[in-house]
Design a protein around this ligand. Sequence first.
Ligand SMILES: Cc1cc2nc3c(=O)[nH]c(=O)nc-3n(C[C@H](O)[C@H](O)[C@H](O)COP(=O)(O)OP(=O)(O)OC[C@H]3O[C@@H](n4cnc5c(N)ncnc54)[C@H](O)[C@@H]3O)c2cc1C
Length: 390
Amino acid sequence: MTITELPESDDIGRIRESVRRLCETFPAEYWRRLDREHAYPAEFVQALSDAGYLSVLIPEDYGGAGLTLSAAAAILEEVQRAGANGAACHAQMYIMGTLLRHGSEEQKRRYLPAIASGELRLQAFGVTEPTSGTDTSSIKTFARREGGHYVVNGQKVWTSRAEHSDLMLLLARTTPKSEAAGRTEGMSVFIVDMREALGAGMTIKPIRTMMNHSTTEVFFDNVRIPADNLVGEEGRGFRYILSGMNAERILIAAECIGDAKWFIDKASAYAKDRTVFGRPIGQNQGVQFPIARAYAQMRAAELMVRHAASLFERGEKCGEEANLAKMLAAEASWAAAEACVQTHGGFAFAEEYDVERKFRETRLYQVAPISTNLILSYVSEHVLGMPRSY
Ligand SMILES: Cc1cc2nc3c(=O)[nH]c(=O)nc-3n(C[C@H](O)[C@H](O)[C@H](O)COP(=O)(O)OP(=O)(O)OC[C@H]3O[C@@H](n4cnc5c(N)ncnc54)[C@H](O)[C@@H]3O)c2cc1C
């Protein structure tokens, strides 16, 4: 590796080192095989769970490590930097924040220690629907109260990891949009125990995608959820989901930084090694400059990720910084991916170099979990005070 770390605490340095060691036990061939088979990295996720990495953000009182967002970001960055794919499990880190902040003490005691120990997985996040897309306020999945239960009907799409999770955090309407006090009112968050719901009205249909992502469609046909599984107050769910977005954006941005470093390391190593016309291709500025430019983009984005994480940890407002970090990091990883492909020439397209796999994987982050346009809309409206565009 040629890229040095920015200054950080010794504790985080040690976490990085141990994540690197864990990732080394899952070599590139492991990821290639899973990619070919579109299979879930069960052993890798188990190893991360066993090492406690997926529960670092759960407070010690509930069985987790109670570490900072910067520590969680370092873990995900290292996973991506090692050529692995944290998308198989990253969501647990940020989904549980909604439960932690808005769940009742009873819910937290019921679920968090079991999530921290790895006994239960909370990796599925059911927000997006086929007809609403980015316009979350237009979701149609409806949870109707019936005695001690809610009865859920509707459909989610792109619910990643649903087949590999015990619990799902579900956003559903509890008041129709037309009758709600405001566009974003009348939605509620539920913890769905999928072990009970499957075969009792819930069906999951995998979606094959250009990268190995274990994403699905989930159908709800009169699925009964105990009323105890409502998180917080009925009708305020959109706010609860929003409150977790900054952590999500910062963590995804850290993954993009990890990807960018992987591509930059890989490209610069190949450029030094590959000889054409009797000299290393990396001696040509046409080959060097795109890699150097991607490095500059990555470092700038990395500073924004660090800045956003430190604001978050101090409990300060960080909506702007978290959004900028996510956008800049996703663009940096894509620039690095492009440079890496171009540097490898034809070999970029051969499976055994891993470049094409990582290239497919990193493209996602300009679209999900939030697309670049929506970040630019946020900045235009909330930072620069221009009129709302939608
Ligand atoms: C692999 C994958 C995994 C995912 N995992 C999950 C998950 O686990 N849980 C979950 O709930 N969702 C998940 N998503 C959904 C993801 O968050 C959405 O795909 C994303 O938010 C965009 O929604 P959409 O695909 O419906 O696009 P649309 O909303 O249809 O938008 C299409 C395009 O139009 C643009 N656009 C739309 N409206 C505007 C506007 N007003 N101004 C400017 N541009 C606009 C968008 O930026 C986008 O580029 C996943 C998606 C993918 C592809």
